[in-house]
Design a protein around this ligand. Sequence first.
Ligand SMILES: C[S@@+](CC[C@H](N)C(=O)[O-])C[C@H]1O[C@@H](n2cnc3c(N)ncnc32)[C@H](O)[C@@H]1O
Length: 708
Amino acid sequence: MGAKADRARRALDAMKLLGFSRKQATPVLRRLLKIFNDNWEPIEDECYRALADAILDAQDNNQTPASQQGTEAAQEDLEPHLTTRDNRHSYASAGEDDNETPLVKRPRMGTAEFGHELQHGPWQPTGSAQGALSASPETSCRQNRSLTLAQQAADHGDPSAIGDALILKEPKPEPQINVAQGKACRDARAASDAIDFNIGSSGAGARGGVVNQAQSLDSSLQAIPMRNNGVVSTVQNTQDASSAEVDVASSTNGEVKMSLKCNLDLSKFSINMEDVFKMVEEKCLHSYKVLPPDFSIGKLMSEVCQSVAQLCTMQSDVHSNSGSLHKEAVAPFVKPIACKAAVGINDNGAGGSSVPESSEPCLQNSIVAWDPELANCKRRTTHDVTDISKGEERVRITIVNEFGSETCPPSFFYIPRNLVFQNAYVNISIARIGDEDCCADCSGNCLAASLPCACARATGGDFVYTPEGLVKTAFLDEWTSVNLFPEKHHRFYCKACPLERSKNQASPDPCKGHLVRKFIKECWSKCGCGMQCGNRVIQRGITCKLQVFFTREGKGWGLRTLEDLPKGAFVCEYVGEVLTSSELYERAIENARNGKHMHQVLLDADWGSEGILRDEEALGIDGTFYGNVGRFINHRCYDANLVQIPVEVETPDHHYYHLAFFTTKKVEAFEELTWDYGVDFDDVGGPCKAFRCMCGSRYCRDPRSPSV
Ligand SMILES: C[S@@+](CC[C@H](N)C(=O)[O-])C[C@H]1O[C@@H](n2cnc3c(N)ncnc32)[C@H](O)[C@@H]1O
């Protein structure tokens, strides 16, 4: 087969995996070749991104690529190799011929046959068997979508709906925090002040109840009108825990209003709610990193009451030590929380929530949308908005929220390097690094040596990095291709899968498979070269200007670059606590229960190289409580501008490794940085659903996405 036909076959093969039939792809490929003067590079770049885009463009423009004319011309041009069955390797079994029914795939889908695919992005737990850690709906399979683009266009009666709809649609903002700035009542309502929590019961969709402020002070709970007109049921749930009383009312649309009454005489004290929340959160962060099975919101709220009581005691101690410190008898119990809802009301019923700010001073104390994570906003001041890393990185990383004045991301501890949580076995041992895994005889810069040293062996004797510190295109495209076309890449099946064991020790399900990924191998301390060696990129840390910002599309916080980045540039690592697979599983369950964003990734790129892994050797990273800016990188289907690459630095066994993000293309200043988590949006079986994707990609594979 000629080189051209071979390249064409590979291109069409790739398009097939994206859901485009040969009939659709061939004429477009032919046109592109004409445009590029038979230069294949721009077509093959970024795993055929230009070709996929052009096919979609053709559909948008209603230039059916499968038109007779185009097809014939294309066949003519692209050699008989592509039209004769003999030469159609992978197509043959797929039943691909010119008369085939159009594929019913959406771009960038995985195989249904696996029923699962390991996810490499932050995942969520699920009880379904189709999860990365089957507790991981966000991770697992990329199942095929059931509509073709063509079908969708037809369904909407408008072919242009395919790609451009999302641009035309107003992005749906994600609720941030529902804090109505009801002013503190200064009317000595001391004994039974109420804090109202507005609880969304199921993810972003239910996060957002608008609470009628006029009702929030009622201590005796009545039917509470909620958004979408609907009080359907009222549940009285009173807990007598340390002088806290909790009332809960819920509606069928999933909104819940909770009212907490602290039976304390607060008239002598001046308790600042920010202090209370800070105290509660610190307690939770330190004690509940893995939340206990008996954890409940009721307990949490009673913790709030206890913290109020504790602060009263502390003040009372001060008073008794120095009478002069006694303040006015009537002090506000609840100080208005300064944090504002960052975005307006989202009326899509899926991610929206907002509480109108009160112009009435005493209608309520405060209303908090109880998203355990989002609701932390502003109450803790752990983040320095001028540098979220607090000096831990070489560059300052600022935080901005253009949609709210005083908001900041939920609290977590910033760490620039991974830390072991508890049981993970991370064996960093000089003795275990053999000669083949280091270059003790080198000096200076290994890239400048006449022959590549031992550290390049893992990548075929060629260093992955250019002298400018960029990943070379050939390598980069290979890694990107693993993400985009997982079906084409080797998958390993464990005999006894640690993930399945974590889910069910007694009778684990069979392994669902792990994608085998190549590693970058960097020089390290046992090497003779210096820290400025060109084969040490990620270990020098973040060097580009980054910013954490609040996304307008409803994805919460995100990360963007403040400077242009070339293709192949290192952005940051995904940093967090290193956990064993069972620790990850437990946390994932807890995080899902608490409605937290997911910040977990699995380090399974080399699980295939060994026999049975013990739990402490099967590792992952959780950035929920401790992490770096990598935890803010949002998901984008298919055409994300970052790819995650496993990097070996100090552990040749690859149980533990670094997960580094590199740009897949040139990224302009102020562009959001994204990576494809490999989310299975079709997995609806688990208790915890994947988020509703707001990535805005024309290849978005979430059927619930506004752009689909
Ligand atoms: C690793 S965190 C990313 C940072 C997160 N946005 C935040 O505010 O902390 C992953 C979570 O972000 C949200 N997210 C990420 N990508 C998204 C997307 N494309 N659409 C909607 N939500 C997204 C989801 O809630 C997901 O569980």
